[in-house]
Write a protein that binds this ligand. Structure first.
Ligand code: NAD
Length: 692
């Protein structure tokens, strides 16, 4: 018996590629050369028998992948954690491995629930560091990592696999003797790479090339100073040699057809518990319920995307399906994430979708003081546009000044107050909501029948019919009429394109007729409007003839110069210099406007606020209390306004670029509508509808 321990192999009597469950198998069905496979396997076994004792599990007919014994389980001392295969094709292997482990005297542990775990394929012991590296994202589920830590009494480090060619951890990482680590960085997500780099010093890491990875150079069996593998490039061999390893190559291309090589064909039977090991995992979980039109409004899909895209995993614990189109469904989900920061990020996003933490988990919000002026505690909760409530001293209180991309500050006391704040307004010691506990949003869930009207398009390729655009313009006109009657607030955000496209006179008429209560823009819309009012051109183009005029570009500068001489737009109106146009109407009607500066600005006009913090504050003030916001062809200013606007305000976004409309209108709420069209045309239709 060898002093180097024992491994388990399974003869390839029934091996072949008979289905496709990984990218390597595609195109290889029935393409294994059976005799060659047997020869390669025998050679591998021979090589290993020089180093360790090799034990065999009986191959089973109809289970062609049983040859890859690494996936049968994970063994530590006398404990065997049995695998639960993800794919049906391999699930019957489980009982064969169970029988073998039992017969060999192992205490067999089943993981709780029915979550997939694929043995040593995804769980690799690093005795030097006393950790168990465990992969997830392809086969093994993140949800089993805490149970593994518990059962094995080990510290589990969770690594997310990001390239489906490297679907098991042992295809892209291998802890070696003396603290070395062989790995293929591109197979992991950024967080996992960071974890590897934090735990393994640079001079102990061997990162392999794309070519070596494709030849399964991480899928190795390391016994003492020997490394048995399919193949390594001369560079990798030299690197391993310098690290004190002797590389033994043995061709395994017949097994690579099924997506495996040396390590996949071998299960270690003699893993020893590292000294001073203790159960630990950074995996965190939360339970949420989500209710609404989960299927046809796509809410469940969105929730699941949030979890998976942020590196988490989920399990649906209960699902009550509403049977009618109009009835509501309810799902309870267990969500796991690899770290505290990740789970908080995921739960916050789920809360924004309208999910609730289950009542058992309800607790007060976690408040931490701002460490210095203008800086939030690290784990701050980022606010959204949805009406939010915070639990303080057992009571839910509404958050004031709701906006997105802010933080929530709580002023404690007998009557605590919660409000959204920006980093720059934080004072040292302000109590900021952190994590995701004690938070809930009240959100109107989209109804399936209405989501369809979310975005309209005309003039674009494959666009909706003009009739439909006509309908949405009519609807916007109707709403504007209603708000005017009710003395509501309509805020217009507009870019210079409004003037170029001949929409200036329409916008001026809207203002004159009381449809606009505030105008937000930048230097350009004002300059172009004033240039047109004073000289009949916009950026030197005669808008009546649609042609550039001689020395027209000078007009633009001359307009700025004139207003500068007057001291500002209001002064120019009062002095009788500016007698028509959008801004003239604003001054006449007492409609407040705010012009936010930018790096592109010529002049600027004296009215343009070049201190951007002041400009943001001005915008916020004018947006507050808005009932409806019309966003007319200004990506920059419209996005800025979108961020400071709470849900519930009706937004209409008009832009010729569908991507801009989608970004602005896609707030996941009923209140936004996008129209992909020329803004001049839109305004003219709108005025027709309003009868102006
Ligand atoms: P922006 O790129 O943020 O937005 C322009 C938007 O108009 C885009 O989304 C575009 O898709 C859309 N658009 C273009 N043609 C359209 C059409 N026919 N119909 C509908 N939509 C159309 O640029 P912006 O808001 O115009 O300007 C950004 C900043 O630069 C502002 O602060 C502005 O004041 C400043 N600026 C200054 C000057 C100047 O001072 N001379 C000139 C231009 C811009």
């Amino acid at each position: 018996m060898s002093g180097n321990g024992r491994v388990l192999m399974c003869a390839p009597a029934h091996y072949g590629v008979e289905y496709v469950i990984n990218p390597w198998m595609a195109g290889n069905i029935h393409r294994v050369a059976r005799e060659n496979a047997v020869k390669q396997w025998e050679e591998l076994r021979g090589r290993l028998e020089e180093l360790v004792d090799v034990e065999l599990v009986e191959p089973a007919q109809g289970l062609p992948d049983m040859v890859f014994t690494a996936n049968g389980g994970f063994l530590l001392e006398k404990k065997a954690v049995l695998s639960r295969f993800l794919y049906r094709e391999r699930q019957d292997e489980r009982e064969h491995f169970r029988r073998w482990f039992k017969k060999a005297g192992y205490e067999v542990a089943d993981l709780p629930g029915d979550i997939p775990f694929e043995g040593e394929g995804d769980a690799l012991l690093d005795p030097e560091r006393g950790v168990l590296w465990v992969g997830y994202g392809m086969r093994t589920d993140l949800g089993v990592h805490p149970a593994l830590a518990e059962i094995l009494d080990l510290r589990v480090v969770s690594l997310r696999l990001a390239d489906e060619r490297f679907y098991h951890l042992d295809t892209c990482l291998c802890p070696l003797e003396r603290g070395w680590l062989l790995y293929y960085p591109r197979a992991f997500d950024a967080d996992s790479i960071l974890q590897i780099e934090q735990l393994v010093p640079e001079d102990k890491r061997i990162a392999i090339s794309d070519d070596d990875a494709a030849a399964f150079a991480c899928n190795v069996v390391n016994i003492g100073d020997h490394i048995v593998m399919n193949k390594a490039s001369p560079e990798l061999k030299e690197q391993l040699g310098r690290a004190g390893f002797n590389v033994i190559e043995t061709p395994l291309d017949e097994f690579m057809k099924a997506g495996g090589a040396a390590k996949c064909l071998v299960l270690r039977l003699t893993n020893h518990a590292p000294a001073a090991a203790a159960a630990a995992t950074s995996v965190r979980e939360g339970i949420v319920t989500i209710e609404g039109h989960l299927l046809h409004a796509g809410l469940l899909e969105k929730a699941v995307d949030v979890v998976v895209e942020n590196g988490g995993a989920f399990q649906v614990l209960h699902f009550d399906l509403g049977k009618q189109q109009s009835s509501v469904s309810r799902a309870e989900m267990r969500v796991v994430a690899p770290s505290e920061v990740r789970i908080n990020g995921i739960l916050s996003q789920l809360l924004a979708l309208g999910a609730k933490r289950t009542s058992a988990e309800e607790s007060d919000a976690m408040l931490l003081p701002a460490p210095i002026d203008g800086v939030a505690p690290d784990d701050f909760y980022a606010s959204t546009i949805y009406p939010t409530e915070v639990r303080v001293a057992g009571t839910w209180i509404p958050v004031l000044n709701q906006r997105m991309d802010g933080v929530i500050v709580v002023e404690p006391g007998p009557k605590p107050v919660a409000r959204c704040a920006l980093f720059r307004t934080l004072a040292k010691g302000d109590l900021v909501v952190t994590g995701s506990a004690g938070l809930r949003t009240r959100r109107k869930l989209p109804k399936p029948a209405l989501t369809e009207e979310h975005e309209f398009s005309f003039m674009g390729a494959g666009a909706s019919s003009e009739r439909r655009v006509d309908l949405v313009v009519e609807r916007i006109a109707w709403e504007m009429g209603r708000w005017r009657e009710q003395k509501g607030r309509i805020v217009v955000v507009a870019g210079p394109v409004v003037i170029h496209t001949g929409g200036g006179e329409h916008l001026a008429r809207l203002i004159r007729n009381g449809y606009v209560q505030a105008l937000l823009g930048g230097n350009a819309i004002a300059v172009h409007d004033i240039e047109q009012a004073l000289l009949g051109t916009s950026l030197g183009v005669d808008l009546v003839r649609g042609a550039p005029v001689d020395h027209g570009h000078r007009h633009h500068l001359a307009a700025i110069n004139t207003i500068r001489r007057c001291g500002g737009i209001r002064q120019a109106v009062e002095q009788g210099v500016l007698t028509r146009g959008v801004f003239y109407e604003c001054v006449r009607a007492g409609v407040p406007f705010s012009l936010a500066g930018s790096i592109r600005d010529d002049g600027p006009l004296p009215d343009t606020q070049m201190d951007l913090i002041k400009a943001q504050d001005d915008y916020t003030r004018l947006v507050r209390g808005a009932d409806m916001i019309l966003m007319l062809s200004s990506m920059l200013h419209s996005i800025g306004v979108g961020n400071m606007t709470p849900a519930g305000v009706r937004l209409a976004c008009i832009d010729i670029n569908p991507a801009v409309v989608t970004k602005l209108a896609d707030r996941g709420s009923l209140e936004s509508v996008g129209v992909v069209t020329d803004v001049g045309l839109f305004l003219s239709l709108l005025l027709q509808r309003l009868g102006l």
